[in-house]
Design a protein around this ligand. Structure first.
Ligand SMILES: Cc1ncc(COP(=O)(O)O)c(C=O)c1O
Length: 401
């Protein structure tokens, strides 16, 4: 039984309220579709690759991939071949690129499933061996390191890689479908390094074209570059964070970018009690109540993906945001309602929102990123499988491709 099935399990003796899930990450696929349409419009005439690696940043790769394709994305992007194979097994046949491999990666399965693979250098021979084995040409995208210092060929080794790839292409063993690179600081638009990376990328394209490479797609832009650098769009933009409605820019909210956050993490206040002044809270007793007060127990902890370091992060109950007090534990955290009296009884079982779209002044993934000293990418991606994903606004007909 999955966590989701268990969460939905309803003993016959339970009341109707048992249908309210104890905790869930609610994914609004309409928000995903809205965000995709925004990026399709911004990127046009370039196409959009929906980046759905890491289970679509925690949102659910299959559901998000279908919604994104239904809303106009043409490509899907993942890190691992195994992630691409999950999408293929779900019947998704859109063009798909996987770009992060090891010597144990299953290139044969990628070739057999028509999954494009990113090539930095050493993978070329392994992919060609897989193509020979499968008696089917591999589809590859050559990656150049324009400055990020991670994957990709250095510009000095680039002409050699291109030459090798073209020899294999002439032998019918592969097709060079794309040339790509990845940006390091596009989320900080004032920094000069993006211009430097663009210049190296253009140089790499020129070298490849001189060698006879005729690509379908040249691609460089991630979410921030798609939004802020039209000169980086080329033929295809690879959008991850923005699909999920989150802003890559410090000081600019989702709403200011016309995006709608798709994930809401919510639960129910699981205990509520009046305590005296000086009550210590959670391991280490780092927090003590400053007066008589009411503590609320929130049944989400670091096993659910709440960063342990994020004490102070907000939880919304009955329309008020309360900071988490004391240490965040594996399964739970505590908020201090700061009240005593008539309101107490209504708090047990009240909905508690860790983050959502923020539209009503509620907490956002950005708030939790600030509390944890990290970014919003990490906050949504780390929500663990113990928190069932619940999809709203699924339209199976539109998203069935
Ligand atoms: C190679 C590559 N392209 C595109 C993306 C998408 O980036 P973003 O989520 O900023 O759109 C990523 C994500 O890290 C990536 O690794």
């Amino acid at each position: 039984m999955t966590y989701e099935a268990a969460a939905r399990f309803e003993p016959t003796t339970k009341s109707a309220s048992a249908t309210v899930l104890e905790r869930s990450a609610v994914i609004d696929l309409d928000a995903v579709r809205h965000n995709v349409r925004q990026f399709v419009a911004v990127a046009s005439p370039a196409s959009v690759m929906a980046v759905v690696k890491a289970d679509a940043y925690g949102h659910g790769a299959i559901q998000v991939a279908r919604a994104a394709l239904g809303a106009g994305a043409r490509w899907l992007g993942v890190a691992h071949i195994s992630e691409a194979l999950v999408l293929r097994a779900a019947g998704i046949d859109a063009p798909m690129l996987a770009w992060l491999h090891t010597t144990e990666s299953n290139f044969q399965a990628a070739v057999a499933a028509g999954v494009d693979v990113g090539i930095s250098g050493w993978e070329l021979d392994a992919v060609v061996a897989a193509a020979r084995e499968q008696e089917r040409p591999a589809r590859i995208h050559l990656k150049v390191d324009t400055g990020l210092g991670r994957n990709g060929s250095t510009i000095t080794q680039w002409d050699q890689l291109v030459g090798q790839a073209m020899e294999y292409q002439d032998e019918g063993l592969l097709r060079v479908v794309g040339i790509f690179s990845h940006l390091a600081v596009a989320d900080e638009p004032h920094r000069p390094e993006t211009d430097e990376q663009l210049a190296v990328f253009r140089e790499a394209i020129a070298v490849a074209e001189d060698a006879g490479v005729d690509t379908e797609v040249r691609h460089l832009a991630n979410t921030p570059a798609t939004l802020s650098r039209p000169d980086a769009h080329f033929d295809l933009v690879r959008v991850g964070l923005g699909l999920y409605g989150l802003s890559p820019f410090e000081g600019q909210s989702s709403a200011e970018l016309g995006l709608r956050p798709a994930m809401t993490v919510r639960t129910l206040v699981s205990n509520c009690k009046r305590v005296p002044e000086g009550q210590g809270v959670s391991y280490g007793l780092n927090y003590r109540t400053s007066g008589e007060s009411t503590l609320g127990l929130i049944p989400l902890g670091y096993a659910d993906g709440v960063p342990r370091i994020a004490t102070g992060g907000p939880v919304r109950v009955n329309g008020v945001n309360y900071p988490v007090v004391g240490r965040i534990a594996m399964d739970q955290m505590v908020i201090d309602f700061g009240i005593v009296g008539a309101d107490e009884p209504s708090l047990l079982g009240a909905e508690a929102v860790m983050f959502g779209d923020g539209a009503d002044g509620g907490p956002t993934a950005d708030d939790w990123a600030a509390a944890a000293g990290t970014n919003n990418y990490e906050i949504v991606t780390r929500i663990s499988p113990r928190v069932p994903r619940i999809y709203v606004n699924e339209t199976p007909e539109a998203d069935a491709r």
